[in-house]
Design a protein around this ligand. Structure first.
Ligand code: TRP
Ligand code: SF4
Length: 328
């Protein structure tokens, strides 16, 4: 029997290069070896977007299209929408009952978001419980492995603590303790060298046109010490160089030498990077353009994913209800 994977993403907008190299590329590889469930976490999106949810519907569709365009394979993976499987909320409630408030209050992501997010009011009851719903997402499918970025580690740690407490209280071990599988791809910074984020508008979307890719790459900040092409560069502090490491690993060494020796200008270096990114995104964009017009196919994929997810989820909830001692 293959081990099982669950991972998810909040549908908060267009997918970008950061999602591709930080998550989806990895998800695609894992499809060979694992039984994969990939979930569009719309309830989690609502936790921050509740006051203006008008884009969520479109974002869910776009997210599914992006995943499929990149190469997630609905024949091998279950691709589904969180809110299509109501058992997430059942298990979330069961876990909420036994999760100490202090575990949630001291969660680093919670504290950080409250401090940093100023455009939304996140001092809500649900937002505090964000990691409990995430634990329910994972446990509902008895996932063995959860591939995530390092920013999600504390949520996985909390999930394992919740599992142990559940087993201790109900005296039966029904869940595996899920393992965190960290994505090893080096983190891509945004075009302005800050964290790549929708709110900073500093990303290259998977759906970007060639012209926009060229102009966005042109804006990237390079080594400030280089005024003329012959000035020796410092690739290790250059964001363009870090993109080469991710997208053109074969060329990295040569570029490093040339940059240090002042043999290549930043304009030329960026022009070539734009070409590399355009080539990388071309097949994805072609598939995307087809899928965006084939709503039926995408909805069918989500429908099939929902069926399979529900089958597994129902089975788990049945066991949970029995353990708790609910009637039926
Ligand atoms: N919290 C995750 C994020 O923001 C998304 C998510 C929701 C998730 N449920 C999950 C990830 C379950 C892994 C497993 O990226
Ligand atoms: Fe960066 Fe390329 Fe310029 Fe070197 S040549 S500083 S790697 S943009």
């Amino acid at each position: 029997m293959k081990k099982r994977i669950l991972s998810g993403m909040r549908p908060t907008g267009k997918l970008h290069l950061g999602h591709l190299v930080g998550a989806i590329d990895n998800w695609i590889k894992l499809q060979d070896e694992y039984d994969c469930y990939y979930m569009i976490a719309d309830w989690h999106a609502l936790m921050s977007e509740y006051a203006s949810p008008e884009n969520i519907k479109e974002n869910i569709f776009e997210c599914a299209v992006d995943w499929l365009s990149c190469g997630l394979d609905p024949e091998r993976s279950s691709i589904f929408i969180q809110s299509d499987v109501s058992q997430h909320l059942d298990l979330y409630m069961a876990l909420s009952c036994l999760t100490p408030l202090s575990w949630l209050e001291r969660c680093p992501t919670y504290k950080e978001q409250l401090r940093e997010v100023t455009t939304r009011d996140l001092t809500t009851y649900a937002f505090l419980g964000y990691p409990v719903l995430q634990a329910a997402d994972i446990l509902l499918y008895k996932a063995n492995v959860v591939p995530v970025g390092v920013d999600q580690s504390s949520h996985l740690e909390l999930t394992r603590e919740i599992v142990r407490r559940f087993h201790h209280i109900y005296k039966k071990e029904i869940f595996p303790e899920p393992e965190t599988l960290l994505t090893h791809a080096p983190k891509l910074l945004g075009l302005d060298s800050r964290k790549m984020s929708k709110s900073y508008d500093n990303f290259i979307a998977l759906s970007e046109t060639d012209e926009d890719i060229v102009s966005k790459v042109k804006q990237m900040i390079t080594d400030p010490a280089r005024i003329q092409k012959t000035d020796p560069g410092h690739p290790d502090i250059c964001n363009v160089f870090s993109y080469y490491k991710v997208f053109a690993s074969k060329e990295v060494h040569e570029l490093e030498e040339k940059c240090k020796a002042g043999e290549i200008g930043c304009m030329q270096c960026k022009k070539h990077l734009a070409e590399i990114i355009i080539e990388r995104l071309r097949p994805i964009r072609q598939k995307r353009e087809k899928l965006i017009k084939d709503k039926k196919f995408v909805m069918d994929v989500l429908g099939k994913g929902k069926q399979k997810a529900q089958d597994t989820a129902k089975q788990t909830m049945k066991e949970v209800r029995e353990l708790i001692g609910f009637l039926g």
